[in-house]
Design a protein around this ligand. Structure first.
Ligand code: ADP
Ligand code: MG
Length: 275
């Protein structure tokens, strides 16, 4: 079994981020409880990545605080924070000559002294993580040569190998095919960690989020269980689309179908777009 830390409560308290005079995140307060998975959604440019960056301490909020079990993350030693909070980022920096195994092994760094190598436990944790993301057969491959989807899965594996109880994931299913999208999110769920996950796909968000948090123009405009939040009115207001929301008869999970041509341009009788 993989060692996973205790799931923490992750809380943003009145977090604002102002860059160049523009408020990218405005007065955001929310909390993710122990073992809860919150899907963070919102249109492009809503501030999701900016907010997530403040949560994993890559960006200091202009005002407000980020608390992990009540402790301000900016006051925690980096190594201690890294044992408790892992992140999967959106932009993947070049990893030069590293193999997939080496990249994943970075997840074990917070547990090591300088120059200490991987022991048998580390190797097992690393290989388990790679296996759970279906990339174990790529362990010796150079990371830089992988496809976008394979890289993404390795970076999720690295976060799993970090063994933290809390994870921040920014569009971790980007570039993944349907099966690997489901697998990746299922792995996060299976661990029982506290997670906040930015997702583009609202149907995935509805399926995997215990709650959904909707960000629009830097503000939280709705938060709650998927069926309560993902209403046609909200989709119209936030995404400017006309959508139908119905409950999947097998699972009860809300499913969204967007009307192809929006409200102002209704298709002709033959279903084709208007000329
Ligand atoms: P999302 O992830 O929801 O698409 P982002 O958080 O990436 O949104 O971006 C929110 C807004 O902030 C966008 O308009 C983006 O262009 C802007 N932005 C992001 N980072 C910076 C930065 N470092 N400096 C200035 N503007 C930024
Ligand atoms: Mg983003």
């Amino acid at each position: 079994m993989r060692e996973t830390g205790t799931p923490a409560t992750l809380r943003a308290e009145k977090v604002s981020v102002v860059i160049g005079g523009r408020a990218l995140v405005q007065d955001v307060t929310f909390q993710v409880g122990p073992g809860e998975v919150v899907a963070l959604v919102g249109p492009n440019g809503a501030g999701k990545s900016t907010l997530l960056r403040t949560l994993y301490r890559a960006l200091r909020p202009t005002s407000g605080r980020v608390l992990l079990d009540g402790e301000d993350v900016w006051r925690m030693p980096g190594r201690r924070l890294a044992r408790r909070l892992a992140a999967v980022l959106q932009e993947t920096p070049g990893e030069f000559d590293l193999t997939v195994y080496d990249v994943t092994a970075m997840g074990r760094t917070p547990y090591k002294r300088a120059f200490q190598g991987d022991d048998a436990d580390d190797r097992r944790i690393i290989m388990d993580a790679l296996e759970s993301l279906d990339v174990a057969d790529l362990a010796e491959a150079p990371f830089d040569r992988l496809s976008g989807g394979e890289k993404q899965r390795v970076l999720i594996a690295r976060a799993l190998a970090q063994g933290t109880g809390t994870m921040v994931l920014d569009e971790p299913t980007n570039h993944l095919d349907m099966r690997h999208q489901l697998d990746a999110l299922q792995q996060v769920r299976r661990l029982g960690v506290t997670a906040i996950v930015a997702l583009h796909d609202l149907n995935l968000a509805a399926a995997f989020g215990d709650r959904i948090c909707v960000l629009n123009a830097g503000r939280v405009v709705a938060t709650g269980p998927p069926a309560a939040v993902l209403t046609p009115a909200l989709l119209e207001e936030v995404y400017r689309v006309t959508a139908d929301v119905h409950s999947d008869p097998r699972t009860g999970i809300p499913q969204i179908s967007v009307m192809p041509y929006g409200r102002s341009a209704s298709p002709g009788a033959d279903g084709r777009p208007p000329k």
